[in-house]
Design a protein around this ligand. Structure first.
Ligand code: ZN
Length: 177
């Protein structure tokens, strides 16, 4: 509840993934190796719809029972383990997002200070010539670059479209320091 509230403070917060997700190939592998499939945290992340390891779409696990507090474990008999998937025109981006998100999970992010993270962003922005001589972010150019590079359609799909006029849009919040 608290996290939802915090994310919704900023337009573009991706906070709407509900349910539990799995990758059919991971499930098969886990079942063989450990005797049963388990819930992978990298498959539950907001905005992530592909498996970073197998590059296939995730499927939602049918959670049965209406108790809000219950012990859920994955059971193969409730899983769709078919290797047939629908064609997805955004597959490449979705796979890249999944891989990047998985990488982030491996990094001890909590050990980085806000200043360290900010300076990393700044270095990346500088490489793209998005920092002025006065050390300010060229916001308009950055907006353009994001909208052209990712397309409005993609931004909308990932609940990340933003209003440039809004001083709390996520791009600005992320790059302001
Ligand atoms: Zn997988």
């Amino acid at each position: 509840m608290q996290i939802n509230y915090l994310c919704n403070l900023f337009a573009g917060g991706i906070c709407h993934k509900e349910g539990l997700y799995y990758c059919a190939m991971c499930a098969n592998f886990d079942a063989e190796k450990y005797g049963e499939p388990y819930i992978h945290r990298e498959h539950q992340l907001q905005g992530i719809s592909y498996c970073a390891h197998h590059e296939v779409p995730l499927r939602e696990y049918p959670v049965t029972g209406d108790s809000r507090i219950e012990y859920i474990r994955f059971e193969l008999r409730h899983m769709n383990l078919s290797e047939l998937y629908e064609v997805d025109s955004h597959e490449e981006v979705a796979i890249q997002l999944a891989k990047q998100a998985y990488k982030l999970l491996q990094i001890p992010l909590h050990s980085l200070t806000k200043i360290e993270i900010s300076s990393m962003y700044k270095a990346l922005l500088r490489k793209k010539n998005l920092i002025t001589a006065a050390n300010r972010v060229r916001q308009q150019d950055l907006y353009q670059m994001i909208k052209l590079g990712l397309s409005e359609e993609l931004l909308t799909r990932y609940e990340s479209n933003f209003n440039e006029e809004d001083e709390y849009n996520w791009v600005k919040v992320l790059t302001q320091y």
